[in-house]
Design a binder for this molecule. Structure first.
Ligand code: PLP
Length: 439
């Protein structure tokens, strides 16, 4: 790694810290483990931030948008003062991730019960999901550590993203996915980027458990969201959202929850923004799970003190996770922001997805869970109508193309997918009836 001198005005010390209140052990950034060697707890990357002037920091971030340097082009590294684990001048592994649009979706907002709804579309990332934000951070850290082989268990998007960033960094990528359970598009991405794909077991949790037993022993660099550096990249989602809103904080920020890394990282990002004086209040974070894979929702709804793993079942494959590793960090984020949790059926997810399509916005099923959950919470009165809501759409529409066709009704297909003989008279008749429909 080539490094220059860190910029003195933003010099910050960074370390790993166990999140367990009873432990709070600190470790250096190059510690091998992703979990506390003392107590097994999850680790955070923490910083002793210096005092900063919020206005000049905002201005600096704004000015970088006109720069063509890769670290300024990236929607993650443009905010590098808040992820200073990589010293200024580090050769980051970036594909110009982030910089995703925030789009108002008025029809969908109406459908959800009359909220002011905008979506932050993470599908507009290099490999088509928010995983790229985390991946640029943790593959950069892997490069700093000199790792040669990266590994992950995945429901598909992590593998596609890791494969791309590992390829860019010149590392070998090994991916564990449940057998026959990930979409062809995601599998194709991982293969094209040169990863070795090991199909194993019936669900994510099983693949992840087995991989974790071997990572330390074999010296693999694990990039699942257990890896705290990944969450550092993903927290910039909320930096971008707030910047795009001129730092006006929304009432609610809604995300789908699978392994619960994303909501954890957004919670951490919000806390840091408040600590540094960039915002003075917090949005309420809302986690939405698929009903057949909702152990976090159940824990919160029942007031249980622990997560009870389930056999995950949902067509929203990216959140088909029954034993979410980050539940303690996610709970911290929900508590910090006085947040909410909801679960939705697959039917509700696909209805939300179809509604977004009427606003011209496509996404993969897991993403639509955030919008379906918003509707459910407005209906039950937990979100007030007229509320200012941002939903994070986590993945691209083309991640799961088969499902978009399979989910259309026969009636819709009869109107939309027409097989016409190559005969000008027949074609004219068909087109005339299409034009009548739209009159
Ligand atoms: C990974 C993923 C999720 C779930 O995110 P977690 O951080 O595991 O909660 C949701 N949607 C998509 C499209 C994903 O790729």
């Amino acid at each position: 790694m080539r490094r220059q001198d860190p910029r003195p005005n933003f010099m910050t010390s960074a370390f790993l810290k166990c999140i367990e209140q009873s432990c709070q052990q600190r470790y250096p950034l190059d510690a091998k483990e992703h979990q506390c060697p003392e107590c097994g707890g999850l680790l955070d990357v923490q910083y002793d931030f210096p005092r900063i002037d919020p206005a000049s920091l905002r201005l600096l971030w704004q000015q970088r948008k006109t720069s063509s340097a890769i670290t300024d082009q990236s929607g993650v590294w443009r905010f590098r003062e808040l992820l200073p684990f990589a010293p200024e001048g580090t050769n980051v592994v970036s594909l110009s991730e982030g910089r995703t649009p925030l789009i108002e979706v008025n029809r969908t907002g109406e459908w959800a019960g009359g909220v002011r709804l905008a979506i932050k579309h993470q599908g507009n990332n290099p490999t088509g999901s928010f995983k790229d934000l985390g991946m640029t951070a943790c593959i950069t850290q892997a490069a700093i550590l000199g790792s040669r082989v990266t590994a992950c268990a995945s429901t598909g998007n992590t593998s596609a993203s890791m494969a791309a960033y590992a390829a860019r960094a010149g590392m070998k990528a090994v991916v564990f996915v449940p057998f026959g359970k990930i979409s062809t598009a995601k599998l194709a991405q991982a293969l094209e980027f040169g990863a070795v794909v090991i199909e194993m077991g019936d669900n994510f949790d099983q693949a992840f458990r087995m991989l974790r037993e071997l990572t330390d022993e074999l010296g693999l660099y694990l990039v699942n969201s257990l890896n705290p550096f990944r969450l550092e990249g993903q927290k910039t989602i909320v930096f971008e959202i707030l910047e795009q809103r001129d730092w006006r904080v929304p009432d609610y920020l809604v995300l789908p929850g699978g392994n619960l890394g994303n909501v954890s990282s957004v919670g951490k990002g919000l806390q840091e923004l408040r600590q540094l004086g960039l915002i003075d209040k917090l949005p309420r974070l809302v986690v939405v799970q698929a009903e057949g894979a909702s152990p976090f929702y159940t824990m919160i709804a029942t007031g249980a003190g622990e997560i009870t793993p389930v056999q995950p079942r949902t067509e929203a494959s990216a959140i088909r996770i029954g034993n979410p590793v980050n539940w303690k960090k996610a709970l911290r984020a929900v508590r910090l922001t006085d947040g909410l949790c909801e679960s939705v059926t697959d039917e509700q997810i696909f209805e939300a997805k179809a509604t977004l399509a009427k606003d011209g916005v496509g996404c993969e099923p897991a993403s639509a869970a955030a919008v379906a959950g918003t509707q459910k919470l407005v209906r039950s009165g937990k979100i007030e109508d007229g509320a200012d809501v941002v939903a994070v759409l986590t993945g691209h529409q083309l991640k799961d193309p088969e499902i978009s066709i399979k989910r259309r009704s026969e009636r819709e297909l009869a109107q939309q997918r027409l097989h016409v003989e190559a005969d000008i008279h027949k074609l004219r008749a068909v087109l005339e009836s299409v034009m009548l429909q739209s009159a």
